[in-house]
Design a protein around this ligand. Structure first.
Ligand SMILES: [Zn+2]
Ligand SMILES: [Zn+2]
Ligand SMILES: [Zn+2]
Length: 140
């Protein structure tokens, strides 16, 4: 459902390329890098440059139309999530399977830390990484 909610927010600039990128993200279940998304676009005969893909993903993340995941390696991965409300991710580092989870106590903690240091809270980021049951079973 979020896909139709998020498209009007994109504005008219580069609408076609953005729509193509969003389309790919919608079809992918896991977080993907700009390169992977670019490859998908090429497979679909979409002529979009890698730089445009990077820029488009960044602007989609800026307006929270897609979720960005910052990996310890420095790479940023993107995903179009089911829920449009604030959430966090539990990511399998083997297969990339992703669960959308509630921040729980993190939400309270973030605002109390900001308050303690007299910061105005503008956001927070917390992702959990692990190995899912299927990947553990496959390893046995
Ligand atoms: Zn998400
Ligand atoms: Zn897995
Ligand atoms: Zn949160």
């Amino acid at each position: 459902m979020a896909i139709h909610d998020s498209i009007p927010k994109l504005g008219s600039r580069n609408t076609k390329q953005r729509a193509a990128v969003v389309e790919v993200l919608r079809d992918m279940d896991n977080f993907a890098s700009a390169k992977e998304i670019h490859n998908q676009l090429l497979d679909r005969q979409q002529k979009v440059g890698l730089t445009t893909v990077y820029r488009t993903l960044q602007s989609l993340a800026d307006i929270a139309a897609v979720d960005a995941l910052h990996m310890p390696s420095g790479e940023t991965l993107y995903r179009h999530c089911e829920s449009s409300h604030h959430h966090h991710h539990l990511v399998c580092t083997k297969c990339g399977r992703t669960e959308e989870i509630d921040g729980g106590p993190i939400e309270k903690w973030a605002s109390s830390v900001a308050k303690q240091y007299n910061f105005e809270l503008t956001g927070h980021d917390a992702e959990i990484f692990g190995v899912c049951a299927q990947c553990r079973a496959a390893n046995r």
